[in-house]
Design a protein around this ligand. Structure first.
Ligand code: ATP
Length: 358
C-alpha cells in the first residue's frame, strides 16, 4: 500500500475551516481508492502563534516539513497584523526556501456555476495560469531610508534572472504541450519595462524553439485583461511574472464565478522539496467562524495535490465528486448565491466520492 505524509497548515481565518474540510475529503478519497493511505501532520503555524511567540512558525519549522510528500496550506493574514509580515513570515517563508518556483492556477467554470461574463459557460473558459513564484517583483530586494522624513525613499527592485525565467518558461511550455490545445500565451510589459521584460520575451522565443508543437503568442499585461474578459476562448495556458500573474489570477478566479473555488499549487518541479497546495483566497475574516466558507478551492487544490503525488485516478475521482456537487445549486455556499454550509458541501463531496464507482 502506498503511503504519503501530508503537512496540514491551516493558518488563519477560514483557513482552519477549509483545511479541515480538505483533510476530510482527502481521507474519504484515500478510503474510496484503497490503494494508498494519507498520514496528516497538523501544524498550528500562523498569526495566533505570532502573537504568542513573535514567530509565525518555529525556527526549525521547515526542517519539520521538509520530509513530507506535500503541504496543504489554508491562508495567512489577520486584520491586526500587517499583511507583509504575515506573507513573508509564513507563506513565503515556506515557498521561497523550498524553491516552489512554479505557481500553477487552473481556472474553469465548474458545472452549476455562473460566470459574471455574459454568454460564457464551461467550454469557453479553460485556462491554466503559470505564475513565476520565486523572483521578479516579489524578490524582496529593496529598502527604505530616511524613514518618516520628507526625503524618505522606498524601493522594490524587480529581479529577473536568466535561470529563473528559463525554468518557468520551460515549465509553461511543457504544461501547454500536455494540454489538448497546446497553446501558450506569454504575458509581459516589455514596452514600458525595457530590461527584465524584454529579457522575458527573448527567453520565451529561445525556449519556444524547443517546442515546435506548441503555438504561442505574446501579450502585454494590460491588453491581457481585455482579452481575458472579451475573448476568453482564445486562451489556454498562460505564463506571467510574479506580480502580473498574481493580479491576472484573481481576475481569472472572479470570471470563473468565485474566489472561493479557485485552487493553487506551488510546485518545486524537481521534487527536491515538498510542494504546497492551497486555495487562492485569503483568510476572509468577514465570514470566519460562520461555517459558510466555500471549501471547493481547497478540494480542487487537493485534486492537484493528488495529481502531484502520482495518484491520477484518485485525483480525477475527487474532481468528479466536486463537479457533481457544484452542479447542484442546493449545495452552493453563500458566495455562490446559495445557503449551504461548509459541512454540507463537504459531506456531499464525501458522499459523491463513495458513490463513484468508476
Ligand atoms: P488576503 O489578503 O488574506 O489574501 P483578501 O482580503 O484578498 O485576503 P479574501 O480573504 O480572500 O480577500 O476575501 C475576499 C472576499 O471573498 C471576502 O468577502 C470573502 O468573504 C470572500 N471569500 C474568500 N474566500 C471565500 C470562501 N472560501 N468562501 C466564501 N467566501 C470567500
Amino acid at each position: 500500500m502506498r503511503s504519503y505524509k501530508i503537512a496540514a497548515i491551516p493558518g488563519d481565518g477560514i483557513g482552519t475551516e477549509v483545511i479541515a474540510a480538505g483533510v476530510e475529503a482527502l481521507e474519504a478519497c484515500a478510503r474510496r481508492d484503497g490503494g494508498f493511505t494519507l498520514v496528516f501532520d497538523h501544524f498550528d503555524w500562523g498569526s495566533a502563534r505570532y502573537k504568542k511567540t513573535g514567530a509565525f512558525m518555529p525556527e526549525d519549522g521547515r526542517a519539520q516539513i521538509k520530509g513530507h510528500d506535500a503541504i496543504l496550506f489554508g491562508s495567512a493574514g489577520v486584520p491586526d497584523i500587517a499583511d507583509h509580515l504575515t506573507l513573508w513570515g509564513l507563506r513565503l517563508a515556506i515557498c521561497q526556501p523550498f524553491d516552489q518556483y512554479a505557481n500553477v492556477r487552473p481556472t474553469r467554470i465548474l458545472p452549476g456555476i455562473t460566470s459574471p461574463l455574459r454568454n460564457v459557460s464551461g467550454p469557453e473558459l479553460d485556462w491554466v495560469i503559470v505564475r513565476e513564484n520565486s523572483e521578479g517583483e516579489y524578490a524582496g530586494v529593496g529598502g527604505r531610508v530616511h524613514r518618516g522624513l520628507p526625503e524618505e525613499v522606498a524601493t522594490d527592485v524587480s529581479m529577473f534572472t536568466r535561470a529563473g525565467v528559463t525554468r518557468i518558461m520551460r515549465f509553461a511550455f511543457e504544461l501547454a504541450r500536455s494540454r489538448p490545445r497546446k497553446l501558450l500565451t506569454v504575458v509581459t510589459k516589455s514596452n514600458a519595462q525595457r530590461h527584465g521584460m524584454v529579457m522575458w520575451d527573448e527567453i520565451a522565443a529561445e525556449v519556444a524553439a524547443g517546442y515546435p508543437d506548441v503555438t504561442w503568442d505574446k501579450m502585454l499585461v494590460d491588453a491581457m485583461t481585455m482579452r481575458m474578459t472579451l475573448r476568453p476562448q482564445t486562451l489556454d495556458t498562460i505564463v506571467a511574472t510574479n506580480l502580473h500573474a498574481d493580479i491576472l489570477s484573481d481576475l481569472a478566479a472572479a470570471l470563473a464565478g468565485s474566489l472561493g473555488i479557485a485552487p493553487t499549487a506551488n510546485l518545486n518541479p524537481e521534487r527536491t522539496f515538498p510542494s504546497m497546495f492551497e486555495p487562492i483566497h485569503g483568510s476572509a475574516f468577514d465570514i470566519m467562524g460562520k461555517g459558510i466558507a466555500n471549501p471547493v478551492g481547497t478540494f480542487w487544490s487537493s485534486v492537484m495535490l493528488l495529481e502531484h503525488l502520482g495518484e491520477p485516478a484518485a485525483a480525477a475521482r475527487l474532481m468528479r465528486a466536486v463537479e457533481r456537487v457544484t452542479a447542484d445549486p442546493a449545495l452552493h455556499t453563500p458566495d455562490l448565491g446559495g445557503k449551504a454550509t461548509t459541512a454540507e458541501v463537504t459531506a456531499a463531496v464525501c458522499a459523491a466520492l463513495a458513490a463513484d464507482n468508476r
